[in-house]
Design a protein around this ligand. Structure first.
Ligand code: F6P
Length: 365
């Protein structure tokens, strides 16, 4: 059995779900128990469980069969920030720092270190708790792949596979009906899912937030394809894509969420503009939360498992305030402040963009 400076750890999943969360939980539980003889407590529904003391002991029995399952057996939320928590005062809702409740519950359960599996919002809360004395280890999760301190987040590969399959399926209708098929994909302020799926699925136009688009350039591309006897086009649009000099399309504001802005709707905007400027029938598909669902790919299962084991190893070694990350082929770690620093967006002069341009894919500029 390996040596560990802690004997009882907590784990929670925060923010939007992503394929591979259960694989991380499984690896955390198995490594903690088998390798270090630790006990593991799972907090339910993200930081909500820490605030409201909703927790349960996790044994190896609890993680049987969860490796291929999407979602998270612990539940999650992108609300319930303990430093900005809605409380009713009189007849008014105000936001208060309730982090003392977190420390109370941590001590009730005798937790010596906490594994936070989350994206930038959850990891930022994890960092703040760590700064206040809780020993935190982070695991980078998000389908958006937008964390700069790791080469890849788990969840991205599965979302990419789902998006690519969607493009393959849209191709058949596009070709049969000689239509333009527009596919809107997730990714928030980063175009990774759209760019990678567009390349993997053979899209003709890919619009991402990092490269503001000119709709005339898109229309030109579709008309040029018609003249080359290619009577259909596939247009992939990241939800954060925006026109030159314009803004992203916001679908709603979710009060109390770590990041209240929800993007969505740009697919329709682009499709309408294409249909009115060409003679092409155009249809829109918004893939939405299908990208977050389903069984993780083999790649994501392995990455998630390596992250889960790596996080427990960090805790055992007493390396707190850090997040596991992928650097090249290796699992390493970085301080949490680096993990929640800058967003990892698509480099506009990067190799993938160059490849797309060399293939003649229109990027809207
Ligand atoms: O961050 C993951 C993500 O799926 C984004 O791609 C998307 O913009 C957002 O979450 C959707 O959030 P919600 O599930 O709250 O609608």
């Amino acid at each position: 059995m390996g040596k560990s400076v802690v004997k009882r750890i907590g784990v929670l999943t925060g923010g939007g779900d992503a394929p591979g969360l259960n694989a991380v939980i499984r690896a955390v539980v198995k490594t903690a128990i088998r390798e270090y003889g630790m006990n593991v407590v799972g907090f339910e529904n993200g930081f909500g469980g820490l605030i409201k003391n909703q927790a349960r002991e996790l044994t190896e029995f609890d993680v049987i069969g969860i490796l291929p399952r999407g979602g998270t057996i612990l539940g999650t939320t992108n609300r319930d920030n303990p430093f900005h928590y809605p409380v009713i005062k009189g007849d008014k809702k105000i936001f208060a720092d309730v982090s003392d409740r977190v420390f109370e519950n941590i001590s009730i359960h005798g937790i010596e270190a906490l594994v936070v599996i989350g994206g930038d919002g959850s990891l930022a809360i994890g960092k703040e708790l760590n700064d206040q004395g809780l020993k935190v280890v982070g695991v980078p999760k998000t389908i958006d792949n937008d964390l700069s301190a790791t080469d890849q987040t788990f969840g991205f590969d599965t979302a990419l596979a789902t998006a690519t399959e969607a493009i393959d399926k849209l191709h058949t209708t596009a070709e049969s009906h000689h239509r333009v098929m527009v596919l809107e994909l997730m990714g928030r302020y980063a175009g990774w899912i759209a760019l990678a799926a567009g390349l993997a699925g053979g899209a003709d136009v890919i619009l991402i937030p990092e490269i503001p688009y000119n709709i005339d350039v898109v229309v030109e591309k579709i008309n040029a394809r018609s003249q080359e006897r290619k009577k259909f086009s596939i247009v992939v649009v990241a939800e954060g894509a925006k026109p030159l000099g314009g803004e992203m399309v916001v679908s709603k504001h979710v009060e109390d969420s770590f990041d209240p802005v929800r993007l969505g709707g740009v697919g329709n905007v682009v499709a309408q503009a294409i249909e009115s400027a060409t003679d092409k029938e155009t249809r829109v598909t918004v893939l939405g939360h299908l990208q977050r669902g389903g069984s993780p790919t083999a790649y994501d299962r392995i990455l998630a498992t390596r992250y889960g084991t790596g996080a427990v190893n960090l805790a055992a070694e007493g390396k707190f305030g850090r997040m596991v990350c992928l650097k090249g082929q290796n699992i390493e770690s970085v301080p949490l402040e680096q993990a929640v620093g800058e967003l990892h967006t698509v480099p506009v002069n990067g190799e993938l963009i160059k490849v797309a341009r060399q293939l003649g894919i229109c990027l809207g500029d």
